[in-house]
Design a protein around this ligand. Structure first.
Ligand code: UD1
Length: 329
């Protein structure tokens, strides 16, 4: 079976991918520097699957150490590159940190990969590359106008990969994730840093009593109920898309890109209502002004992935809410 090098293997999406990959029979080599993840999930995977999961703590930005330690003698069939900082707010406060970390790490990784004969590299991109678009849903041809440094670094990484596909025949696929939520059964929870918390993390925080109420950032948008709308996708559905994309490397020669979302637009108020009803919990909500940098609405046209990857989402919003809460309650 094929070997997969997974960067960011201890993170929320990376660890879920590793577990699914192991269950599908792949051998996984994980790398993480634990900058936004914890060791528990790695301990769990290492002890549960000693033959199929190898891990090394390493920083992709430290090129020499990283290569020396991990890559030199390894056979790698695919690379799945999740590693990267993911806080929009932090990226605005410290742009150079994001350019250094998120882009330099990709350059170091690809420098190494070019010396290897790999079948393909999957890159974890983000809907944040689209920015504020009047025409919704967005498809892969929608012009990219990222509004944050975080989104700009994702766009830059896609450009690097496209360039390397054209110049060096490095096959790569970029998956533009919309808003991943929920959890994977049996996997230790990856606790996000405070400034990386998304809407669902903040709902969980209020339910566990860590915060007094959930703040809704703005109810004066031109949307169905005035609150901002996004395309929330269950982490399991999102992870499955990666395996369809790995198969798709047999059909491409260069670079390709796919939206990974449900194609449904859901408001903040709808999430709050569904979370409360499906989990039979209640919590206080306050409305504040809009959060700087938020777009009113962003959801996916996911037809390209449906057609070419033969992939579509199955989990409902209700299941996302139940699974987000189940690992805490
Ligand atoms: C998220 C990710 C970003 C990713 C993008 C697209 C975070 C912090 N950001 O951004 O990395 O690239 O999806 O995949 O995870 N909201 C509230 N109250 C809260 C939190 C959020 O009202 O306490 C609202 C926001 O204003 C927004 C919506 O909920 O309208 C979703 O916010 P969030 O979960 O932070 O995701 P995005 O900003 O869409």
């Amino acid at each position: 079976m094929d070997n997969i090098l997974v960067t960011g293997a201890a993170g929320y999406i990376g660890s879920a991918f590793c577990l699914e990959g192991i269950e599908r029979g792949y051998k996984i080599f994980g790398v993480d520097n634990f900058s936004n993840s914890s060791v528990e999930v790695v301990d769990f995977l290492s002890s549960s699957f000693p033959d199929n999961f190898n891990f090394i703590k390493s920083d992709l930005c430290e090129k020499e150490a990283f290569q020396r330690e991990f890559f030199s003698k390894m056979k790698i069939d695919y690379v799945v590159h999740f590693a990267g900082f993911k806080s929009v707010i932090e990226s605005q406060n410290n742009p150079s940190l994001y350019w250094d970390n998120n882009v330099s790490s990709t350059k170091n990784l690809t420098d190494f990969i070019l010396e290897k004969d790999i079948k393909g590299l999957l890159f974890s991109s983000s809907a944040s590359v689209y920015g504020d678009c009047d025409i919704q849903p967005v498809n892969e041809k929608t012009p990219l106008k990222p509004m944050s440094t975080y989104g700009a670094t994702k766009k830059e990484n896609e450009l690097i990969l496209k360039d390397l596909a054209d110049s060096h025949n490095l096959k790569s696929i970029s998956l533009r994730y919309f808003n991943p939520v929920g959890s994977v059964k049996n996997l230790p929870k990856c606790k996000p840093r405070q400034d990386s918390k998304n809407l669902m993390d903040n709902i969980v925080d209020v339910c566990t009593g860590q915060t007094k109420n959930l703040t809704i950032f703005g109810d004066d948008y031109s949307t169905s109920d005035g609150t901002a709308e996004r395309d929330y996708i269950h982490i399991e559905d999102l992870v499955y898309a990666h395996f369809e994309a790995l198969d798709y490397f047999n059909h491409i020669n260069g670079f390709d890109v796919f939206n990974i979302g449900t194609g449904k637009s859901v408001s903040v108020k709808q999430i709050v209502k569904t979370f409360k009803e499906s989990n039979e919990v209640d919590f206080a909500v306050e409305i504040s002004k809009r959060r700087e940098g938020d777009v009113p609405i962003c959801y996916a046209d996911a037809n390209k992935a449906k057609k070419l990857l033969n992939w579509e989402t199955k989990k409902s919003l209700r299941e996302m809410c139940i699974d987000a809460w189940s690992s805490y309650k």
